[in-house]
Design a protein around this ligand. Structure first.
Ligand code: FAD
Length: 391
């Protein structure tokens, strides 16, 4: 049987200095954000805030300087993310680009793609969305049917993507498309493409390019997801990312980035903070025990997650360990609203009520999605079992 490892990691001294800087920045730029808005965690979006982070050098922190990056360590990036998430800062606009699209282009993109698509990300001006899921291809991603057919000078795209977070605000989609059918191997014949949706000056390119984005409103009444339809949408040959027909291996590497960060256990942290505030005003033994357990659990997950950052920093593949943290993290994030309901004699509310009631009301509904996004619980457990040699 194979094993996984979470080696203990000490954050370097530079991380402590950076933590102080990030806290000062947050005190200046995030102090008035309401608890309910903070509860949106990394889904909360504010382009102005992203630009300010870009000015501080906190987007593309570990990327090469040639592409606007800052060549800092994964530990420094970890500390910055951790502070932003705990403060419920609106980091959502640039999140996907910083976390996975940029690293994908650094790994597999052409020099021209890196020059064009990375520097605006580091300035907090260019946002990405991920076009993987389709109506019948979620967990079974290899069944992707949206087609890119080779034509003179490029490809014509036809088909539909679903659950595309932020497609209505993104400048670029990185889509996984079928470029050929191989009945003997479904993983063959998939290709990743860069698809322009909006210019940096805000000009919408979708209609002109045969792309329609329709909102999918969540049960909270929010517009986060979209359905994206392609009708003879043309992309040039230069839009191919990496190897034509070889997109499957690239997507697996990209998903490892998507699953390995501190956002995978900190999404409900605002409710823990509200519980602590409420207990400070009205202490109860039951409340202290519950929060004590949560904080102990949090500290363990954090240690595991920092260890994943250590693997990234050492250039190792943290896919297995990242999946374990994401799975345990999602269980943790989802149990927090349930525990809050058991401990406090208050009703979850939205649109009115105390901060505790509103954050609880939001997270009870929103946290359901935490074990779906980025790969469902069952799929992650399958990956973990395979990583351990159990299947
Ligand atoms: C908040 C959020 C944001 C998202 N953002 C994006 C995005 O930006 N881009 C994008 O492309 N997608 C996005 N998604 C989609 C997400 O990746 C899919 O919802 C997810 O992969 C599951 O696919 P599905 O919804 O088709 O469910 P299905 O694949 O139909 O699964 C339904 C259920 O069956 C289970 N199941 C399926 N196959 C197996 C199996 N082999 N073994 C055991 N159980 C199985 C699943 O675990 C699940 O419980 C987002 C989803 C959420 C909730």
């Amino acid at each position: 049987m194979q094993t996984f490892s979470f080696d203990p990691v000490e954050l370097p001294p530079a991380a402590a200095e950076l933590r102080r800087e990030v806290r000062e920045f947050l005190a200046e730029h995030n102090a008035t954000r309401k608890p309910l808005d903070r509860a949106q965690s990394w889904s909360g979006s504010d382009p102005e805030f992203s630009r300010k982070m870009g000015e501080r050098g906190w987007i593309g922190m570990v990327w090469p300087k040639t592409y606007g990056g800052h060549e800092r360590t994964s530990f420094e990036r970890y500390v910055m993310l951790e502070e932003m998430l705990v403060a419920g800062a609106p980091v959502g606009a640039h999140w996907i680009a910083d976390r996975q699209s940029g690293p994908l282009l650094l790994n597999f993109g052409t020099e021209a793609q890196r020059q064009k698509y990375l520097p605006p990300v580091t300035r907090g001006e260019m946002y990405y969305c991920i076009g993987m899921s389709e109506p019948d291809s979620g967990s079974d991603l290899a069944s992707v049917r949206t087609k890119a057919t080779k034509v003179d000078g490029g490809y014509l795209i036809n088909g539909r993507k679903i659950w595309t977070s932020g497609a209505h605000t993104a400048h670029v989609m990185i889509a996984l498309l079928r470029t050929r059918n191989n009945p003997d191997n479904r993983h063959d014949g998939l290709t990743q493409f860069l698809i322009d949706l909006r210019d940096l000056d805000g000009t919408d390119l979708k209609e002109k390019n045969g792309i329609t984005v329709r909102p999918v409103i969540s049960m909270l009444g929010e517009h986060h997801f979209n359905e994206v339809t392609f009708e003879d949408a043309f992309v040039p040959e230069t839009a191919v990312v990496g190897t034509e027909h070889g997109g499957w291996a690239q997507v697996m590497a990209e998903l490892a980035f998507e699953r390995s960060g501190p956002e995978r256990y900190l999404s409900s942290i605002q409710l823990v903070l509200e519980m602590i505030r409420a207990l400070a005003a009205h202490p109860t033994p039951q409340g202290h025990i519950a929060v004590g357990r949560l904080v102990a659990h949090l500290a363990t997950l954090r240690q595991m997650s920092v260890s994943v950052a250590g693997k990234l920093n050492a250039g190792e593949d943290p896919a297995l360990e990242g999946s374990i943290v994401k799975d345990l993290g999602a269980v943790f994030e989802q149990e927090i609203p349930t525990i809050a309901q058991q401990v406090f004699d208050v009703e979850p509310k939205l649109g009115e009520g105390s901060d505790l009631e509103q954050v609880m009301g939001f997270l009870i509904q929103n946290s359901v999605s935490y074990s779906l996004r980025g790969g469902t619980r069952e799929i992650l457990r399958g990956i973990i079992a395979r990583g351990l040699g159990l299947r």
